[in-house]
Design a protein around this ligand. Structure first.
Ligand SMILES: NC(=O)c1ccc[n+]([C@@H]2O[C@H](COP(=O)([O-])OP(=O)(O)OC[C@H]3O[C@@H](n4cnc5c(N)ncnc54)[C@H](OP(=O)(O)O)[C@@H]3O)[C@@H](O)[C@H]2O)c1
Length: 267
């Protein structure tokens, strides 16, 4: 029998108590539709309640899969989207854009495709220095807080930010979560993770399987390399929420099973 996501323990994310084992949907952009829908449905069956997505994962493709596979959404599901990009030419990668118009347009696009009045959690996905095309990080965060006031989103998260940016945002308004790159083989973001741990801010490491890095934690008997990496992340801090991405059900089940090893792991 497959391991439920709750084995990883729970945490409050965007006001909901959810398993610390979530799912990252980015890989579904290139999956066959049947495979994508099957992975999403299985994730919910196994108790996953945090699903990371973005409208620019295949130009709404992944969000459409989520809407088709998971509606009516469970009340405790945290769909976590991203804002801060615009399409320049069809078929090309989106470019960072933090103007109020584009942040609002991206969030409204999520609301429309996902069929939600209010997105539970949206990460301001930063890319660049403190000012990008004339828009400062602080102003963009202010726009996100306004989107929350307007009810377009329930909670504001930050992604790909520096510790300094996080500190400034945290001093100003609630930061519901942080999603930065972090894995056993890529621990450069440790100071940010420590800040999140201290302030009980959920931390969703992206690239949790290390993007092919050969530097992996030792696997316990019966544990796969992927499970060792994910169990290590769960043990690394009580605020981590794993959002490993996969486009097949077997890998999904294997990854969720990593939660069963958490109690045995340590830093
Ligand atoms: N905030 C941001 O800027 C940002 C950036 C990047 C990603 N993300 C989010 O973070 C999530 C996770 O990151 P990621 O998808 O880039 O990387 P990842 O989860 O570290 O790795 C995904 C890769 O690992 C493979 N994989 C998954 N489970 C496996 C297993 N048990 N055994 C062997 N291979 C396995 C997948 O292939 P298969 O499909 O074949 O399993 C895929 O190629 C994304 O899905 C996305 O939602 C956020």
């Amino acid at each position: 029998m497959a391991t439920p996501a709750t084995m990883a323990g729970t945490l409050t994310v965007a006001g909901r108590t959810v398993p610390r084992m979530g799912f990252g949907a980015m890989q579904l952009r290139a999956a066959r539709p049947e495979a994508a829908l099957a992975v999403l449905r299985r994730s919910l069956e196994l108790g996953v309640r945090v699903i990371d997505t973005a409208w620019y994962y295949g130009d709404d493709v992944v969000n459409r899969y989520i809407a088709e596979a998971l509606q009516p959404y469970p009340a405790d599901l945290v769909l976590a989207t991203k804002a801060g990009a615009r399409v320049t030419h069809k078929g090309h990668s989106p470019k960072p854009d933090y103007s109020p118009e584009q942040l609002r347009a991206g969030i409204d696009r999520d609301r429309s495709v996902l069929g939600l009045e209010s997105i539970p959690l949206t990460h301001l996905r930063w890319s660049g220095g403190d000012v990008v095309d004339g828009v400062s990080f602080d102003d963009a965060f202010g726009t996100m807080l306004a989107m929350r006031e307007e009810g377009r989103i329930g909670h504001v998260g930050l992604s790909n930010v520096t510790l300094d940016q996080l500190r400034r945002a945290h001093a100003r308004g609630p930061v519901a979560s942080v999603s930065n790159v972090f894995s056993y083989g890529s621990q450069g973001d440790t100071p940010t993770l420590e800040f999140c741990t201290e302030h009980r801010i959920p931390y969703l490491p992206f690239g949790p399987l290390g993007y092919g890095a050969t530097d992996t934690p030792p696997a316990r008997p019966g544990q796969t390399v992927a499970q060792a990496q994910l169990a290590w992340l769960l043990a690394r801090s009580p605020v981590t929420v794993v959002i490993a991405g996969t486009s097949n059900v077997e890998h999904l089940e294997e990854n969720i099973e990593a939660g069963a090893f958490t109690a045995q792991d340590s830093r």
